[in-house]
Design a protein around this ligand. Sequence first.
Ligand code: PFF
Length: 477
Amino acid sequence: MAGTGVETEQAGWSSRWAFILAAVGAAVGLGNIWRFPTLAGENGGGAFVLFYILCVIFLGLPLVLSEIVIGRHGRKDAAGSVAKVAQDSGVSTNWAILGGIGIIAAFCILSTYSIIAGWVIYYAGVMGADFFGALFSGDPFASALAGEAPEAIGGRMDSLFANVPLLIVMHTLFMGVTIWIVARGVLSGIEKAATYLMPAFFVLLITITAYGAFTGEFARAVSFLFTPDFSRLTPPIMNQALGQALFSMSLSSAALITYGAYVSRETRLPPVAGMIGLADTGVAIVAGLMIFPIVFAAGLDPAAGATLIFRSLPLAFNAMPAGALIGFLFFVLIFFAALTSSISLLEAVTAWAMRRFAWSRHRAALVAGGAIYAVGALCALSLNVLSDVRLLSFWPSFAEADIMNALDGVVGTILLPVAALLTAIFIGWKADRNLVVAETGLEGGLFALWRFLIAWLCPLAVTLILLFGLFPGLLGS
Ligand code: PFF
């Protein structure tokens, strides 16, 4: 039945909670545990966090609801769903382009995401071997990588980056598992994975945060994350906070529209959108409260950047009691979070390929996953043999970026904001009002508020991100 849209029509979550878990799984990922603490750390903490939360509330939440509305009404992949809403609203089906951009974004995000998830698998393996070694020699509370010099611990990251076969093996593992789960389908693949992985993720998150609260410098982390220094809140930093909010809530990347297509007509969507936003933001903040007490206790630099959790944290685990166990659990936790997100990214592309080429789910997942795998392999090589390749050397903002960073930069500063802008205009101005009212289930003042945010505030704010992302010179800094 693939190719007729019937497969998506029949496939669906077994319950409202199953959808919530899967959507929260899509939202919570490397963005929360790796990217958010990195950006908060680099940008001075408090003011960044505050601005980020404002973006989530005023832009992210209205967009989450809009995307689920599109999916549930259209009941197809992202491009197909937008076309259906457009058709039922009597406007041009060319609006499907916004779904198309999202699908391209999902493709690109997953190819870089899988490489970083590969680093996570490597560290989980190293820490796991270390922990079980200590356990079998009768010392379950050993610190991580005991006896290894700090330079050697930090140097593991460099040796990993230089090791092409190892990077490719990790990438293969991660994409392999992702493809396998997506190929199994919505119910027995995606939903099942989320119902096992997400509860396990939350238990680990609470355990490690509690550990950090008791053994680390919790008070210092709290003041770092919540004391705003507004002098640090420059326009480029606001720009980053907005982009991070879109990325973290899985917006503009076809995933939420696709997952929305599997939601039953009975589910009330606004509370669900609220829960997704709350859980995603809550996890980002708790991840900060998990990581920074450990970072501060070990005397490490919170502004270490992209390698904070890979280069710095193992040093902290090295200095902590039971560091081997906690380090192992920490990387397992990130792996679970990354996997539920990568599943949603591949599903977004797979659902489109199934409709577009009338392929079976197996075939679509395999071909889409294979293409993403190939681009991902190029990203892995950009860490070593292709590190001098500059795809966008003609473009000042990306002139220095290697393949992986160029892909990441184009998606973050162009594709995501463009898709978000188009979504806001489409839902705010083009989609039939009765259709939107019926799908959102919002009435009166609440509808007016949501409509104001989506029709006015989102387009305006997102246009600003887009401009400043593309032309940082406009800001004069
Ligand atoms: N939201 C995920 C994260 O924070 O890691 C990343 C992501 C997943 C982005 C799914 C986009 C998407 F469609």
